[in-house]
Write a new protein. Structure first.
Lengths: 846, 187, 279
């Protein structure tokens, strides 16, 4: 966190000064470790063992926050009789379909319920959890779980299943698999437990070190289970904080430039013969706030197609394009190579460096008909056709690349109005300070203008397929030197307005009759009363610590989600120290430091009547209002492709056996056996010994992601002027590599060179009785800019998490050799030799 | 006139209070007049750091149509005026010599960039979209289910952009039937 | 406790009520982010200092120079207290010290005393500043500085170093590095206040078992009369590449008097020279 979010880290330092214990778990000793109370070095790719062991420690020692767990989670729910755990099936859950390489989630359901229609059908189509449910988790076929056991003793209740599931995640297993001693593990587990409960809370902070795995989603799930067991969700000082790396990466998920979502986590429709009504039936929940999905969706359709969207034509629902499975970026780049993706827009992103298997991404670019790159500087994704490593090495010539490339200079944040949504869901407005120069334009200008030109060109078209673009509501007031569409006008549309054009103050005002328009329901209220609330800037020092008058957080300016959980079932704070929101008997409403994330006047005593729908179906003691049963899900009956509970699987390429189960890797991970995507052999496969080390990628304080915003700046480039790798003195000695020299890092997929830092900060670990050396690789570099170097992502063949299709670049295997990589033909020979050595099951295994 | 304030350093030293000539007497004209350049700004614009998702407050100082300084906004309850090295380098990001201000065009198989007028580039890109979309349009799947889309065009990016920009992108793409829309959020 | 920080600005003829201002760099909370280096460069428009990979932990700046007025040192140590745990597995056993170095703005500043042109001068804030419109690049100050802070800029010839953001101070602003510092490892303020804060902080660290924690440049009896920019270190100064006992060639206040005549003559000389050239 100190490395990549130094200014956010000030609060950690402040907490530490006030007595908080800071524990840093990372394969490397980083700048965060340097100021932490405890650094725990861990084998990259083994975190579920570690976290699972903490869950086990809590459960087997009775350290859970019982009142919280019984009342606020699904611990008491009885799961169906058909469910079988990885304990029973040696690493698989019930419902495994060997042929289809997928799970049928039917047996994971709560007892007495069935899989809602949407989940099962979608799985057949090859779509994943996110695609079937938006990002709001699974549906339930009933509002309340039919059977519960508040004593948590029933062997079929979630709590007991959890206990059994994690029972083999012991401190000894942590030692064997993670390389963390029993004592060190127990120190962490005890510290966490002792600092949780009524009086205290603990927080987890993570970044892509947890997500970029073939089990990425389940890493986060394991942390969620721990935090729910300890009562650390919805309370001040608790939570699980995703530290996100781009200014509006949260915003681009909320208002998604993602294939499977519409704004506000409404799922994209699938290619099926169904009407708006069918779609709603499949995606609307009976209880909780997803009951109002029709209001959100129809208001969105009104925002997209305006007057053209009427009740008679299903509000133009049929204009929405349909998805039929995974259409994430890695599918697209393979589509480029296979010839069916012909045109590509790259907007403020640099896949030639930043995407997994960056080499394959660069190859894909050479297969396009046309490419549009918009950025501040000429990044690798724009320069690939004359300066990629492949062109430099003579593997391909510029004159053989048929891609037509348009590079358009982009305006900076100083040159346009707009809002970013930060990692805490906070919208903050940045004001235009000056006009962009030359041809530089905002992306708002670009897309608006592109839409205008296309609509102009198609205005006389009678082709039915052009109706959706012709009838798109595409009128915005223009302003400034270049005629940018007004960002405030667009924010106003996102916020929503009623039939009279009056801005809405909350999503609760949305309707499903076409009388309201709203571009993103969770952002509704950000422009209420025609006030640009993201632009609010009441100084922090003039407010309480929640600082509600700085910017605007979705939903409804609530700063901590599910904060009803900060009070006990009766609505009283769990403790005076940790008071946040509470039920005020006098006023008969929830009050506190923050907006309650709950029905403002729904008393703790409220119990829904049979058949009640929507928010009214959530009882006064159920804080998790977006979940159909209002509870925090320790066990996830549906919505995930790889199981209802987190399970440790080894990475795609690992030097180690999975000590926990026979099942080595995530059975539903996505892999691609194709040219240009070659996996290293994993444990048990012939030739694994050729790649005896574990490599992991990361970022540095001095650079920004794929480098477009840092490697081109002298002041940042001079601070980290070269791609380098980090290795231990022991590995340096083993391979004859010296500090400051060059080394070559090799995988089946690529061979790259880096300068070397030999450091005790990357200590060897003892795993399954063997020494393990890890190689650290910051991934910022490419061929352009002031600070140049090979791209670490070249080394990683694509293996993806099945739920969200994120690439595994945080743990794989490699070899490392002294000296620079060979250029040209020799390089390819080296990789081919590696191929041969794999075939001969090399003797490199140490 | 107080001779200790003379414009001549030696006179100041001999007749003023700085007998050693190490301080006030040695202050040059430039030093005497020195002020923070932010005081001369025509305007100070509140902004947000464009790098990571912490969302630190920034102040943009502008004079004569140029950014003269970018620094932390002490009012922000998130950052309290502080910035990391990247945030501190924001002025170089937006004014640095690596920034491109002209459209660059590379025809198929060409070995060099060419110049291209922005309007013409926009027109050409619109033509490419229309043409590729026409060529690759899928109205129905093999089973007759509606698709209403093109799989011939993909888009990557959004996490570094504004919410309003992401909104227009998704809206336009949805209108055009482009479904392969992705950004850094799951990369 | 009222400290009695000597105020060199009074000796330098500033009859103002302006207290002496300075930096307290608390290295125990430095996260090595280098925001100070960049913020300094952005404000002071200091040129890039070379893109050289030094192979020296995360330090690619190397040292303070004409083009680097803040320099974060990174020191990797094997710790003494390395915890030996079961089965030969130990904790990291690593300590990573980080410290943002800067001009010390000495109470008795040799650079200033040897400067023949009056380019170096003592400001009303008690800081030591090079005036680029006066400096003729003679370089006397370079060898005089016991810390190796002052450096001539290649292609320019003049010497450059931290001004403690003299221009910002005149406008009531804090220096750019201190403002940016995410953890407030770099603190700016009245030197007397900073010293009180530093001693309190030292007590806390000592109580927590940081046996080698020490203040560096806090002692007015040291060889330079104490620093205007002083440090809290977690180890001996030499570990950070700092001289343990810096001595100004002319370290007592009377020496400033002694040098007065020389300085006056030099000023006179430079004026005459200027006049001569003009004619």
């Amino acid at each position: 966190m100190a490395e990549c979010h130094p200014v956010g880290f000030q609060w950690v330092m402040e907490a530490k000064a006030r007595g908080a214990k800071v524990i840093h778990i990372d394969p490397r000793f980083t700048r965060t470790s340097a100021v932490s109370d405890l650094h725990v070095p861990i084998r990259a790719g083994s975190d579920i063992v570690f976290l699972g062991a903490i869950a086990n420690y809590i459960l087997s020692n009775g350290k859970e926050f019982r009142d919280y767990v019984v009342n606020y989670t699904n611990a008491s729910v009885i799961v169906g009789d058909d469910f079988q755990d990885t304990e029973d099936l040696d690493g698989l859950f019930s419902g495994w379909d060997e042929q289809g390489c997928r799970y049928d989630p039917q047996s994971w359901q709560y007892k007495g319920t069935e899989v809602p229609a949407s989940a099962g059908n979608r799985e057949v189509k090859g779509a994943s959890g996110g695609e079937t449910h938006g990002a709001h988790g699974g549906k339930l076929s009933t509002e309340e779980p039919p059977e519960t056991d508040p004593t948590l003793e029933d062997p079929r209740c979630v709590f007991q299943i959890l206990k059994r599931h994690f029972s083999r995640y012991t401190p000894e297993m942590v030692q064997e698999m993670c390389g963390i001693s029993r004592e060190l593990f127990l120190e962490v587990a005890q510290a966490l437990v002792e600092n949780s409960g009524r009086e205290r809370t603990s927080a987890f902070c993570y970044a892509v070190g947890w997500t970029q795995h073939t089990v990425g989603v389940q890493y986060i799930r394991t942390a969620a289970i721990i935090q729910l067991l300890l009562g650390n969700i919805g309370r001040p000082g608790g939570g699980i904080m995703a530290l996100r790396g781009h200014a509006s990466i949260q915003g681009s998920t909320d208002i998604p430039t993602l294939y499977d979502l519409l704004p506000g986590y409404i799922p994209m429709p699938h290619g099926e013969k169904y009407s708006l009504e069918d779609f709603i039936k499949e995606n609307q929940a009976n209880s909780g706030f997803w009951y109002y999905m029709p209001d959100y969706l129809i208001s969105l359709l009104k925002a997209y197609w305006g007057k053209a969207a009427t009740k008679d034509n299903d509000f133009c629902f049929d204009y929405l394009p349909r998805i039929t499975g995974d259409h994430s970026t890695y599918q697209s780049i393979m589509g480029m190579i296979d010839g069916w993706v012909k045109g590509f827009f790259v907007i403020g992103e640099n896949p030639a460096v930043g995407s997994g298997n960056s080499k394959l991404n660069r190859k894909a670019l050479t297969h396009l008909d046309w490419l549009v790159v918009r950025d501040f500087v000429e990044i690798e994704t724009a320069a690939f056709w004359y300066n990629s490593p492949e062109v430099q090495d003579g593997q391909i010539k510029s004159e053989d690349i048929g891609t037509e490339v348009f590079f358009l200079p982009a305006a900076a944040h100083t040159e346009k109005d707009g809002s970013f949504t930060n990692t805490q869901r906070l919208l903050q407005w940045h004001h235009k300070a000056l006009e962009p120069k030359g041809d530089a334009r905002s992306d708002l200008w670009f897309y608006y203008r592109l839409g205008e030109i296309i609509r102009q060109k198609l205005k006389d078209s009678t082709d039915p397929k052009d109706r959706a673009i012709k009838e798109l509501a595409w009128e915005y007031p223009k302003e400034g030197l270049h005629g940018d569409p007004s960002a405030e006008a667009i924010l106003r549309e996102i916020n929503g307005y009623d039939a009279e054009g009056k801005t809405l103050s909350s999503y609760t005002e949305l309707k499903d009759d076409g009388s309201t328009t709203c571009g993103c329901w969770i952002y509704s209220g950000c422009f209420g009363n025609d006030e640009n609330k993201p632009a609010k800037r009441v100084p922090g020092r003039d407010q309480n610590w929640v600082a509600s008058d700085w910017g605007w957080a979705w939903p409804a300016n609530r700063r901590i989600l599910y904060n009803r959980a900060s009070a006990d079932p009766e609505g009283k704070p769990w403790s005076a120290r940790k008071a946040y929101v509470w039920w005020d008997e006098q006023k008969s409403e929830w009050s506190g430091y923050d907006e309650a994330d709950f029905g403002k006047t729904t008393p703790p005593s409220y119990r829904p009547k049979e058949g009640t729908k929507g928010a009214e179906a959530i009882s006064g003691t159920e804080p998790f209002i977006m979940q159909a049963d209002g509870r925090g899900w320790l066990f996830v009956p549906n919505g995930l492709r790889d199981g209802p509970l987190p399970t440790h699987y080894e990475p795609q390429a690992s030097p180690f056996d999975n000590s926990l189960y026979s099942q080595q890797a995530n059975p539903v991970r996505q892999v691609f056996y194709r040219k240009g995507n070659k996996y290293n052999p994993t444990f048990g496969e012939e030739g694994q010994g050729a790649f005896p080390f574990v490599m992991t990628t990361y970022r540095l304080t001095e650079h920004h992601t794929a480098g477009g915003m840092s490697r081109f700046l002298p002041y940042l480039s001079e601070l980290q002027p070269s791609f380098f790798c980090e290795i231990s003195p022991e590995l340096a000695q083993l391979r004859g590599i010296k500090n400051g020299d060059w080394a070559t890092i090799i995988s089946m997929n690529a061979s790259i060179e880096a300068r070397v830092l030999v450091t005790d900060r990357l200590a060897p670990l003892k795993i399954q009785g063997k020494d393990l050396h890890q190689v650290g690789l910051p991934y910022h570099w490419g061929t352009e800019g002031l600070s140049k170097g090979d791209s670490a992502n070249d080394l990683f063949a694509l293996a993806l998490d099945p739920n969200v299709h994120i690439q595994e670049v945080k743990a794989a295997t490699c070899d490392i050799r002294p000296g620079r990589r060979d250029k040209g033909k020799a390089l390819w020979n080296l990789i081919n030799n590696k191929d041969n050595s794999v075939a001969n099951d090399s003797i490199e295994d140490k | 006139m107080n001779l200790g304030d003379s414009k001549w350093p030696l006179v100041r030293q001999l007749l003023g209070t700085d007998y050693l000539g190490l301080g006030k007497a040695s202050q040059s004209n430039n030093s005497t007049k020195l002020r923070p350049r932010t005081e001369e700004a025509d305007k100070v614009v509140p902004s947000i750091c464009p790098y990571c998702a912490v969302g630190c407050g920034q102040k943009i100082y502008v004079k004569n149509g140029e950014v003269t300084q970018i620094e932390g906004d002490p009012d922000s309850p998130i950052s309290r005026g502080r910035l990391c090295p990247k945030g501190s380098a924001t002025k170089q990001l937006v004014t640095g010599s690596s920034r491109e201000y002209k459209v660059k065009y590379r025809p198929p198989y060409a070995k060099k960039w060419q110049e291209l007028d922005l309007d013409q580039a926009m027109d050409m890109i619109a033509d490419r979209v229309i043409e590729t979309r026409n060529e690759t349009w899928q109205e129905q799947g093999e089973d007759g289910s509606p698709l209403h889309r093109t799989m011939g065009i993909a888009s990557l990016g959004g996490a570094t952009l504004d919410n309003e920009e992401n909104y227009l992108m998704k809206k336009l793409y949805s209108g055009l039937g482009i479904v392969q829309v992705e950004n850094q959020a799951r990369i | 406790m009222k400290l009695t920080t000597s105020d060199p600005s009074k000796v330098a003829g500033w009859n103002t009520n302006q207290p002496r201002m300075g930096f307290f760099t608390d290295t125990s909370i430095c996260i090595g982010c280098k925001a100070c280096e960049v913020a300094c460069k952005e404000w002071n428009q200091v040129p890039e200092d070379g893109l050289n990979f030094l192979g020296s932990s995360y330090d690619n700046t190397g040292s303070l120079s004409a083009n680097s007025w803040r320099h974060v040192a990174f020191i990797e140590q094997k710790t003494q207290s390395q915890k030996q745990l079961s089965d030969g597995i130990k904790d990291s056993g690593v300590r990573w010290l980080m410290s943002s170095d800067v001009c010390k703005h000495c109470t008795s500043a040799a650079c200033l005393e040897v400067c023949p042109t009056g380019a170096l001068f003592r400001t009303e804030f008690g800081t030591v500043v090079v005036q680029s419109d006066v400096c003729n690049g003679c370089g006397y100050c370079v060898s005089a500085c016991p810390f190796g802070v002052i450096d001539q800029r290649r292609g320019d010839g003049r010497v450059w170093k931290c001004t403690l953001c003299y221009d910002r101070l005149k406008g009531g602003l804090e220096p750019a590095c201190a403002k940016a510092c995410p953890t407030k490892s770099i603190q700016f303020g009245e030197l007397d206040d900073l010293r009180v804060a530093a001693r309190k902080r030292l007590e806390v660290l000592e109580a927590s078992g940081e046996t080698k924690a020490q203040l560096y440049g806090d002692d007015e009896k040291d060889g330079v009369g104490g620093f205007g920019a002083f440090f809290l270190l977690l180890d001996e100064p030499q570990v950070y590449g700092l001289p343990p006992d810096p001595i100004s060639a002319t370290n007592d206040i009377s020496s400033e008097w002694k040098s007065a005549g020389k300085a006056a003559l030099a000023l006179l000389g430079s004026i005459l020279l200027t006049v001569g050239i003009k004619k």
